[in-house]
Write a protein that binds this ligand. Structure first.
Ligand code: UT7
Length: 323
């Protein structure tokens, strides 16, 4: 017998305002055709001025709790992956805790930029496997629209806002890769690559800052590292790409998603793609894609899912889940 962290609910929230590519043609030297061809993005959602990251996160959390048939107070721990928390402190996670009516658990933010959800899942899994929690809410939530340089066409057309959430619960499995739940994780980071993708300000430098990215270089690292981390995570439990029902990648660029799938040897008919509708929502993109994949009938109980992501740090990783 082996303790497993099993998915009991999933949900997402997207702010109401949808911004199509054409809207950027008014203020920037860009076109809908360029954005679509180079990134696969067609539209993204932007939060209203009175909506913050924890609001998006709490909405996604409520949807995931509803699917799990749980109340806020059934949760022991809340892990929020975000790089755009409402305030310097307290954590977005404690704000979500209050919003869902949880008074008995503990809450913490995890910051690994676009790889944040993979890191949060791995941390949540460790909390469950070590017996520190029975039920964990894992959320990815971002308002990247607040850290864009609106004069930089090479970045501001790529990102969006949103949130997705999973409820994990401890269950006993047989200890084989046929068990439901999180089967393997693989986390990596390399701080030598800071200058490829960063925000040029923060608390300690006394300004909020905006996102800066060497797109071509990040692209190169992404294609190389994403297939590798997915393969590594699968191999840890004696599985390979042929066993995967769905790859659920970080949604940054359709060309990265396609190249990674090709490297893995998985056809695009086994990849969940939402980048056209959401843009790059950083830590929110994987739980958003999981929730959309479940809602549209792609992802079903028993499916073998591999998620993979890379972002600022650089930080990257993968998680293998039997849904
Ligand atoms: O989530 C974290 C991870 N982030 C990523 O994974 C992003 C990785 N990078 C990418 O997705 C791609 O590199 C981009 C979408 C950012 C750019 O695509 P690219 O094919 O690498 O284009 P590029 O940067 O080589 O730019 C090609 C040309 C340049 O013009 P020149 O130098 O060839 O004259 C750019 O100035 O396209 C120009 N360009 C644009 N043109 C129209 C850059 N942005 C735009 C734009 N509209 N919005």
């Amino acid at each position: 017998m082996m303790r497993r962290a099993v998915v009991k609910g999933v949900g997402h929230y997207l702010p109401e305002r949808v911004v199509p590519n054409a809207e950027f043609e008014k203020s920037l030297d860009t076109t809908d055709a360029w954005i679509k061809a180079r990134s696969g993005i067609e539209r993204r959602h932007f939060a209203a001025s009175d909506q913050n990251t924890s609001d998006l996160a709490a909405n996604a959390a409520m949807a995931a709790l509803a699917m799990a048939g749980m109340d806020g107070n059934d949760i022991d721990a809340i892990v929020v992956a975000t790089s755009t928390a409402d305030l310097t402190f307290p954590s977005a996670a404690t704000m979500v805790q209050h919003a869902i009516g949880n008074t008995k658990g503990f809450a913490v933010d995890v910051q690994a930029v676009c790889a944040g959800f993979v890191y949060a899942l791995s941390n949540a899994n460790a909390l469950i496997l070590s017996g520190q929690a029975e039920r964990v809410l894992v959320i990815g939530a971002e308002t990247f629209s607040r850290i864009m340089d609106w004069t930089d066409r090479s970045t501001c057309v790529l990102f969006g806002d949103g949130a997705g959430a999973l409820v994990l619960e401890a269950e006993d499995g047989d200890g084989t890769n046929a068990d439901r739940g999180i089967l393997a994780t693989d986390l990596n980071s390399d701080g030598r690559y800071k200058d490829l993708l960063y925000v040029d300000g923060g608390v300690s430098t006394q300004n909020t800052g905006v996102l800066r990215m060497e797109g071509k270089e990040v692209f190169r690292h992404a294609v190389e590292k994403l297939a590798q981390t997915a393969d590594t995570a699968l191999a840890k439990v004696g599985l390979g790409p042929d066993d995967v029902t769905w790859v659920v990648p970080h949604q940054a660029n359709i060309r990265i998603i396609q190249s990674t799938a090709k490297k893995l040897g998985v056809g695009m008919d086994r990849v969940v793609v939402t980048v056209q509708d959401h843009g790059n929502t950083s830590a929110a993109s994987i739980p958003l894609a999981l929730s959309v994949g479940v809602a549209n009938g792609q992802i079903k109980q028993g499916d073998l899912i591999v998620t993979e992501a890379i972002g600022g740090g650089l930080a990257w990783g993968a998680v293998v889940i039997r849904w």
